[in-house]
Design a protein around this ligand. Structure first.
Ligand SMILES: *Cc1c(COP(=O)(O)O)cnc(C)c1O
Length: 193
């Protein structure tokens, strides 16, 4: 189980401190913030960046340079651009599922998954490794975690990126291979994007 420390809107100094304490995996939502922090912290050994937020086409270039993994893949257009621009080792991609049918959130419906996986698997420089979701706020997350775990098994995807500060314990019980925890580690985010 991997702990991804979600450092969005936290200062680079907080990442240095966590790195000092042994943390290596960090998650960022905003592509330019990821770019800036990756360059500012380039001296830190073994840092592994996870891009976890929605991504616009014109910001793909920042993610392909800095990140080892992208957790919010939900558009083929973005996948094509990531594939076209990625150099070096393949970018690990997790497909975001929108299991609550919430229009305010990213992610694809489970019914679209087979065709989407097939289309992304055909692209070079990307590797589809797993699934990610954010369950609807204020609902019991477990049914969503169970549903996504079932989908991951069905499509033989080894990684399951589920669980945040609010629900990482249940996510781990339901089979998370990565939890994305921000507030519980760093405290409240102060800066606005
Ligand atoms: C901000 C964010 C997190 C971390 O949330 P916390 O409540 O601070 O733990 C995890 N995943 C995604 C996609 C996020 O945007």
């Amino acid at each position: 189980m991997e702990l991804i420390a979600v450092s969005k809107l936290q200062p680079a100094s907080a990442i240095r401190e966590a790195h000092q304490a042994g943390q290596r995996h960090f998650g960022e939502n905003y592509a330019q913030e990821l770019r800036d922090k990756a360059s500012e912290l380039a001296d830190l050994e073994g840092l592994c960046w996870h891009a976890i937020g929605p991504l616009q086409l014109n910001k793909v270039k920042y993610v392909v340079r800095a990140a080892a993994a992208f957790h919010a893949l939900d558009r083929l257009e973005v996948a094509r651009e990531l594939s076209r621009r990625r150099q070096g080792p393949p970018l690990s991609c997790l497909i975001e599922l929108n299991l609550g049918g919430e229009s305010s959130k990213g992610g694809i419906a489970a019914a679209q998954l087979p065709a989407f996986i097939e289309a992304v698997r055909a692209l070079p420089n990307l590797e589809v490794v797993g699934l990610m979701t954010l369950p609807p706020l204020g609902e019991d997350p477990r049914p969503y975690f169970r549903a996504i775990a079932t989908e991951a098994k069905r499509w033989s995807l080894p990684q399951l990126s589920i669980g945040t500060t609010a629900d990482f314990e249940s996510a781990i019980e339901e089979g998370a291979t990565a939890v994305r925890v921000g507030t519980a580690l760093f405290g409240e985010r102060v800066r606005s994007p």
